[in-house]
Design a protein around this ligand. Structure first.
Ligand SMILES: [Zn+2]
Ligand SMILES: [Zn+2]
Length: 381
């Protein structure tokens, strides 16, 4: 696939362009490059398509955000064109968030066999698989081998559907027929799949046993998927050309690997940050202590200062999740839960009573000026 131009560049805008500027730039350029204004100029048509695509993405807030984050890899419409053919195993991968909704539906691959009406060969369907990762696995780049069931071109008949075929006389083997008619705009040429051979270009004499004439077979293939560090639950990795084979040489669909990141019992994800709730006893909170907290790799020592209050947060910079496709990592935030004893022995109860007797307002003044009792008073005032 030829490398795609940056959408902002296409519209001649900066990345900070406002909605109005985007609209204006598109209107101006679309008028200039509209195919009607440039009859017979294939270049103009391509430029017009490029413009329209850029505009559709940048004029949609959600799509623009995704584009700003992930670049070109956000598919606007995976159902139509755009995918290169070639070796599906050489297909490149990219990531996008699946906020485009459930475009995939339940596309069982059975449906990719049938339906050869009088239409142009269509691109193969998209395949989807799901993959489960632990949070720790999602924190570093990993490679996985996946088994994917896809429809491939039949290797016995090379997709012809027959082991013995002859060229179709109607279309001369082209598989398509062109009709030319005159209209106000000039010559209109339309191409349709040949109805005699259903667009194959050949007539089957001896049907292929392997694919029963469909030219395609379902196969389980092994795919190696590179999963970038920092991937989030619900995101998908797209492998261009890794989906089902297209009809009669049309490009294959894409493979979408939907990633599920399992929740961790110790570390909760909050974007690029991780949150760990640490429990300390009220005595530890009062006297201070050293503690170990779990990290993505091993553990880290933290110091609980004397007089630490419930809900206090310690931040370990750069100990969070790697930022997806960006440098750096988020933080690990340790939230302190102070545990109050619920079952006390007689002796413990006695000690606490004694403690209370010798405690005054000063005991709870945490140095912030306002004491515990001051705050309590302000609540009831
Ligand atoms: Zn034909
Ligand atoms: Zn076959």
């Amino acid at each position: 696939m030829a490398s795609k131009r940056d959408y902002y560049e296409v519209l001649g805008l900066s990345r900070e362009a406002s909605e109005t500027e985007i609209k204006k730039a598109y209107r101006r350029l679309a008028r200039e490059h509209h195919p009607d204004a440039n009859p017979g100029d294939q270049g103009a048509e391509d430029r017009f398509k490029e413009l329209t695509e850029a505009y559709e993405v940048l004029s949609n807030t959600q799509a623009r955000q995704a584009y700003d984050t992930y670049g070109h890899q956000v598919p606007r419409d995976a159902g139509q064109g755009g995918a290169p053919g070639g070796d599906p195993f050489g297909g490149f991968q990219d990531i996008f968030e699946t906020f485009f909704g459930d475009r995939f539906g339940e596309s069982g691959f059975g449906s990719f066999f049938g339906g050869t009406g009088a239409r142009a060969p269509s691109r193969g369907g998209d395949a989807e698989v799901e993959i489960d990762l632990t949070l720790r696995e999602a924190a570093s780049e990993t490679e996985r081998e996946l088994k994917v069931q896809i429809v491939k071109e039949c290797s016995i008949c090379s997709g012809a559907g027959g082991t013995e075929t002859r060229q179709c006389g109607t279309c001369g083997g082209a598989g398509a027929v062109r009709t030319v008619r005159q209209s106000l705009l000039g010559q209109m040429v339309s191409t349709q799949a040949c109805s005699t051979c259903s667009g194959r270009g050949s007539i089957i004499i001896v049907e292929c046993d392997n694919c029963r004439g469909s030219g395609r077979v379902a196969e389980v293939v092994t795919r190696r998927i590179q999963i970038p560090a920092g991937i989030e639950d619900g995101m998908s990795i797209r492998v261009t050309g890794g989906g089902h084979a297209g009809e009669r040489g049309a490009p294959a669909g894409d493979l979408y690997v939907r990633v599920r990141v399992k929740e961790d019992t110790e570390l909760m994800r909050d974007g690029d940050d991780l949150i760990h709730r640490m429990q300390v006893s009220f005595v530890e909170a009062a006297l201070g202590t050293e503690a170990e907290v779990p990290a993505l790799d091993g553990s880290r020592a933290v110091r609980i200062e004397p007089g630490t209050q419930p809900g206090a947060t310690l931040t370990l910079r750069g100990e969070g999740m790697p930022r997806l496709r960006r440098r750096g990592r988020g933080d690990l935030k340790v939230v302190v839960d102070v545990m109050v004893p619920t079952r006390l022995s007689g002796e413990q109860r006695e000690l606490l009573r004694r403690f209370e007797e010798i405690s005054g307002e000063e005991t709870y003044n945490n140095g912030g000026g306002e004491s515990f009792f001051d705050r309590l008073r302000s609540v009831f005032r």
